[in-house]
Write a protein that binds this ligand. Structure first.
Ligand code: SF4
Ligand code: FES
Length: 364
């Protein structure tokens, strides 16, 4: 087996606060409260430890990372430690002043999320009036600052027919990279699955559009494409394999192998408040539990893809089959695969009503 490397990336979920209410949000249903968030000093210490153990990239994420007042300070600190810095943002708070401060701090890259190619549809899904225009402004600021831009579009049943328009928008905005990502059905998105899961015909349309755009834009724009697990014969290697490439830190400081890991029962996730990143990565039960292949059910352990997809997604295995250590039901070989095919069938023709994301719990 491949020897254990240091984590490539640290995903710093600075806050769960967010001005948007995307119905496809894959963050957990129970979010961390602002008063429980790590302090600036905590994050500075975590960034120092990340550099010490050989992390290469820090992705400042959320929620909306720009909702934290200390974001510029954290970016500057990470950059001073030679960490590659990326912000994953909705862009609605990226004013001229914020952009200027981030540039001075040494930001390397910004990933901007879009809900659609058209404002009314985008704002319906994101629940933020005027948000689309702000995102267009943010994209212009990023490019004028000379920074690389990734434009991210999350696809689902209610916008899949506009995939060509989304790619064209990414081109207009001069994005280096366009990410076309089908919704991942964890967290809040699972609640809205019937209203979001595309049909087979929609999926085929998107596949064709992405293939044509890749051909047309070859050498100019990179197009990343994340297919929906529910129609793939084999699962994706979620997070590049459990605890193999990333450490995710929740707003309150829990160290997680993925952002949905807190849904898994029977785990005590270590906190960066009292445990070093090095101990978390090398010694904690939570990170060791599903790392590698030893934990796998027989089906995966004897499969020639075991070190390619690492058995798929643990959180999806739990959410669909009730067993976090089962083969991901997205795999056509899984005994639970019918759960996925039945869900896809149930979504065909289902009502399009959505439950918008809310910060604390299910109801207002
Ligand atoms: Fe991956 Fe397991 Fe399916 Fe093999 S059986 S393809 S290892 S999920
Ligand atoms: Fe947790 Fe895939 S989201 S392992």
């Amino acid at each position: 087996m491949t020897p254990l490397q240091p984590p490539m990336g640290l995903i710093a979920e600075l806050t769960h606060r967010c001005p948007l209410q995307c119905a496809y949000c894959s963050n957990p249903l129970a979010m961390d409260r602002p008063e429980d968030e790590l302090t600036t000093q905590d994050w500075l210490r975590v960034l120092d430890q990340a550099a010490e153990i050989g992390v290469l990239q820090v992705h400042f994420s959320g929620g909306e990372p720009m909702a934290r007042r200390d974001l510029v300070q954290l970016v500057a600190h990470a950059a001073a430690r030679d960490l590659y810095t990326n912000i994953i943002t909705s862009g609605v708070l990226l004013t001229d002043a914020a952009m200027a401060e981030l540039l001075v701090a040494g930001i390397d890259h910004i990933q901007l999320s879009f809900q659609d190619s058209r404002a009314p549809e985008a704002e319906r899904i994101g629940g933020y009036k005027g948000g689309h225009a702000k995102k267009l402004d943010a994209a212009r600021r990023i490019r004028e600052a000379g920074l690389p831009l990734t434009a991210n579009f999350v696809l689902h049943k209610q916008n899949a027919e506009r995939v060509e328009e989304m790619i064209a928008l990414g081109e207009d905005l001069q994005a280096e990279r366009i990410e076309i990502a089908h919704t991942q059905y964890y967290g809040w998105a699972l609640l809205n699955r019937n209203a979001l899961l595309p049909s087979v015909a929609q999926l085929e349309h998107v596949n064709r559009a992405v293939a044509a755009a890749r051909e047309r834009l070859k050498g100019r724009v990179v197009i990343d494409y994340v297919v929906p697990d529910y129609y793939a014969a084999r699962p994706k290697p979620c997070m590049g394999g459990w605890a193999r490439r990333f450490i995710n830190i929740s707003p309150s400081g829990k160290a997680l192998p993925c952002h949905a890991a807190e849904t898994l029962p029977g785990f005590t996730f270590p906190s960066v408040r009292d445990t070093s990143l090095q101990a978390i990565w090398n010694e904690s039960d939570a990170f060791l539990r599903f790392r590698g292949t030893e934990w796998m059910p027989e089906l995966c352990r004897t499969c020639d893809r075991r070190e390619i997809d690492w058995g798929g997604c643990r959180c999806q295995a739990l959410a669909l089959s009730g067993d976090a250590s089962a083969t991901d039901p997205a795999c056509a070989r899984s005994p639970h695969h019918d759960l996925v095919t039945e869900a896809a069938a149930a979504a065909e023709g289902a009502p399009l009503d959505l439950v918008p994301r809310r910060l604390h719990g299910h109801s207002t």
